[in-house]
Design a protein around this ligand. Structure first.
Ligand code: UDP
Length: 459
């Protein structure tokens, strides 16, 4: 890939993207104005009140009704905190299977949680909270999501910029496969057996389960690949060495012994044809039994909520129990630097996601959404492209639970409190403190719904 040329005339140049900067959605013109207001630095409150002259025309499709606590019923069956995957699935199941009414509140200005995507000012579909690739081995989850969107098949292939044995930066498949090894180590492996032999010479055979991330990684790919790809990337991603993390974190990527360069193994790998936000609109907004209110922080309104039989909480469990005086759970956050460039080829890099494991740069990966197969017509032919340099940080919205023994032990204490909390159920990545993929979050919510029904907690 040649060096990208930055279009100096473009005022959009390099901008730090704040994770919570709301961005336009295609569907709600009112939300769109709120968002533009926020982007201009005008507070949500001002943007909201500036729309009040349209109040006379409010009907049940008006975007104003998606904000604030106005116009609510006195009682709902469920109050669901969080309009991300877990909350959306519970509200949808409750409505479609049992005819129950849910009020879904979210402190953000949009639905969809971290899956939220939108068309940016260039007409490129981007995600506000990082790349989300849908993949699953669970037929139940596949069937479920297909009710709400058409899907475009997509096999995610990630490249990495990694130094070879001569310290030259090379672009190689990740997870490492035969080609990765040949490129980085100057070998000439050609068969699966060659690759297995190469790995076996470098990976110790453990007669027990790997105890931590380092043991897991070395027992899978050996010292050399571990040092080049996994150790430095993990340190940047988590600000912890693999040794300080659960083995499961380093077991997320498949081990490749062939030329297979896919990032995942699951049989269903695809993207919602019109993006995730459109899918969430179909889950949440087409059902009169579901009422959504945005820009509503549960902790601001918890004493003024309409009556409800069950509260479904999908936020961080330690925030729910902040008053109990337990230590706080650790979360990892992310921020992005966003850059508009006009490279000669129209593309900045050879893949949607290019990982940068090396400690030479601060970011972990660069994402170029123009590569995604669910771009609107014409997007791929634009002269420019948007890239996102992704950095990990301790501060900001919680994205990742940090799986290690300290946090798991602490989480168990919160879990005990949660088990004895009458009228509340906890679900999702933050409330269950689990490093779920999207499909696992959906499956977990579907199964929780079944349990709630079985236990007659909802009916
Ligand atoms: N990982 C790595 N190098 C890479 C890609 C992944 O060391 O080039 C490790 C790292 O510890 C990371 C974990 O594998 O946190 C899981 O990667 P994944 O891509 O699943 O992370 P996510 O997409 O959830 O951020």
């Amino acid at each position: 890939m040649g060096p990208p040329s930055t279009n100096k005339d473009d005022k959009k140049g390099t901008t730090a993207v704040k994770k919570d900067d709301p961005k336009p959605t295609s569907s709600f013109p009112g939300l769109f104005s709120l968002i533009i207001g926020a982007a201009l630095g005008i507070s949500a409150h001002l943007a909201f009140s500036s729309m009040s002259d349209t109040r006379g025309k409010v009907n049940n499709k008006s975007p104003e009704l998606f904000r604030g606590m106005n116009g609510l019923e006195d009682a709902y069956d469920l109050v669901v905190v969080g309009a991300g995957l877990s909350g959306a699935v519970i509200a949808e199941r409750a409505a479609s299977q049992l005819g129950l009414r849910s009020l879904v509140i979210d402190k953000r200005s949009h639905i969809g949680g971290n899956c939220y995507d939108y068309l940016d000012e260039h007409g490129i579909r981007v995600s506000l909270y990082g790349v989300h690739i849908f993949h699953t081995k669970y037929p139940r989850v596949e069937d479920y999501v297909k009710q709400f969107s058409d899907f475009v098949d997509y096999q995610h292939r990630v490249l990495g910029e990694v130094k070879d044995v001569n310290d030259t930066v090379r672009t190689v498949p990740i997870p490492p496969n035969i080609d990765t090894v040949n490129t980085l180590f100057g070998t000439n492996l050609s068969s699966e057996q060659d690759m297995v032999d190469w790995l076996d010479q470098r990976r110790p055979k453990l007669d027990r389960e790997p105890a931590d991330g380092e043991e897991m990684s070395i027992s899978r790919v050996g010292e050399d690949l571990y040092e080049k790809i996994f150790k430095p990337y993990t340190k940047k991603q988590w600000d912890k060495w693999p040794k300080e993390l659960d083995a499961s974190v380093l077991a997320r990527l498949p081990v490749r012994t062939t030329r297979d360069d896919r990032y995942f193994n699951d049989p269903f790998q695809a993207l919602p044809k019109d993006g995730y936000t459109a899918m969430f609109e179909n889950i949440l907004l087409n059902n009169p039994k579901i009422t959504v209110r945005l820009n509503v922080d549960y902790f601001d309104v918890k004493d003024f909520l309409p009556q409800h039989k069950l509260l479904v909480f999908t936020g961080p469990i330690d925030a729910f129990y902040a008053s109990k005086g337990l230590d706080k759970l650790e979360y990892r956050s992310i921020f992005w630097e966003r850059e508009y460039v006009e490279p000669e080829s129209g593309f900045y890099q050879p893949a949607w996601v290019v990982n940068h494991p090396s400690s030479d740069v601060g970011y972990t990966r660069i994402s170029e959404y123009k590569h995604s197969p669910n771009q609107p017509p014409g997007a791929k032919d634009l002269p420019g492209t948007i890239i996102y340099k992704e950095y990990s940080t301790d501060h900001g919205d919680p994205y990742y639970p940090v799986p290690n023994p300290r946090n798991q032990d602490l989480y168990k204490k919160y879990q005990k409190l949660a088990e004895n909390e009458p009228g509340v159920t906890f679900v999702g990545r933050l409330a269950s403190y689990k490093y779920f993929n999207m499909d696992q979050a959906i499956l977990n919510a579907l199964e929780l719904f079944d349990q709630l029904v079985e236990q007659k907690k909802i009916q």
